[in-house]
Design a protein around this ligand. Structure first.
Ligand code: PAF
Length: 301
């Protein structure tokens, strides 16, 4: 495993792998502080691709001025040890100026999909994500890029970015990995005390409760959102920021959920000072094609 810090070197290694060795390249973009959620992406990349590259870069442009950029957990040594166990070929860990050289002035915005939910709560966040991924995709030109369903809106933004800017990349999205309590794994869980960690399980409890209510026949989006809210409000250490009930592919807002479209229920909440997000996807009870009429839920959703 080689750790690469320079963009030029990363680009030339990737070019050689593609051109001279005809290797398929899998990229797992991360901000480090790796946990089992990231490692599930690495495992799948290892299974699907000849060469696995993990980028570790805490991207300043996707943090707002009042957010946790400076205190975001960083542990390249620990990350390197974990990735060595997974037989990763390259870690790309550039300093900020390698991604954003002096005078950097070009940003990428994915309109519409970036605007609701996280877009309201974190203005400019997806512009930062789309910009850094564009730089990484252009430098590495992977065949596959791997993302977690935990960042549901991000996965939609990335798919649209790839489609609209004609990157020849397949975006692979893998299920959210959870603790036994249901808490979705996140690097930010490191900020939580034991008590807060227990309390944070309320996000998934709320989402699961909404799924139950859906399965009992509720199709009113507001009432499903209220179900989530009631659970979170009952946890004294948690403060709800938003619940979104939207189309899982287009992010269109619903009053009444259609029977033939997948629905995303997404939540952001603060537990103490830590902001956490989570979501579930409910697959259509009556999909347009393949009329089994069965309701299926994606594994780990
Ligand atoms: O999901 C993340 O960790 C980041 O948003 C990503 C995709 C690595 C871009 O900085």
């Amino acid at each position: 495993m080689e750790i690469i810090n320079r963009r030029q070197r990363m680009a030339s290694v990737a070019r050689k792998l593609r051109r001279e060795e005809d290797k398929t390249i899998g990229l797992v973009p991360t901000m480090g502080a790796l946990h089992e959620g990231h490692l599930s992406l690495v495992r799948e990349a290892r299974r699907m691709c000849d060469v696995v590259i993990v980028s570790v870069f805490v991207n300043p442009t996707q943090f707002g001025p009042a957010e946790d950029f400076t205190r975001y957990p960083r542990d390249l040594t620990g990350d390197t040890t974990k990735l060595a166990d997974y037989n990763v070929d390259y870690i790309f860990a550039p300093p900020v100026e390698e991604i954003y050289p002096k005078g950097f002035a070009t940003y990428v915005s994915v309109e519409n999909l970036s605007e609701p939910m996280e877009g309201v709560a974190r203005p400019g966040h997806f512009r930062g994500v789309a910009t850094v991924l564009t730089v990484l995709f252009n430098a590495i030109r992977p065949d596959f890029a791997f993302f977690g369903q935990k960042d549901a809106q991000q996965t939609l933004v990335v798919k649209r970015l790839v489609r609209d800017l004609a990157f020849d990349i397949e975006v692979v999205v893998l299920p959210t990995v959870r603790e036994q309590t249901g808490l979705a794994l996140s690097s930010r869980n490191a900020y939580l005390s034991d008590e807060q960690r227990k309390a944070a399980a309320v996000l998934y409890r709320g989402l699961s409760q909404a799924r139950e209510v859906y399965l009992e026949g509720e199709r009113n989006a507001k009432r499903l959102a209220e179900t989530v809210r009631a659970q979170v409000d009952a946890e004294p250490l948690a403060r709800l920021e938003y619940v979104g009930v939207v189309d899982a592919e287009t992010m269109e807002k619903y009053d009444r959920l259609p029977e033939d479209r997948p629905v995303l229920i997404a939540i952001a909440a603060h537990v103490g000072k830590t902001r956490l997000i989570d979501n579930i996807v409910i697959q259509p009870a009556r999909p347009k094609s393949g009329a089994t009429g069965r309701l299926t839920l994606p594994e780990g959703a």
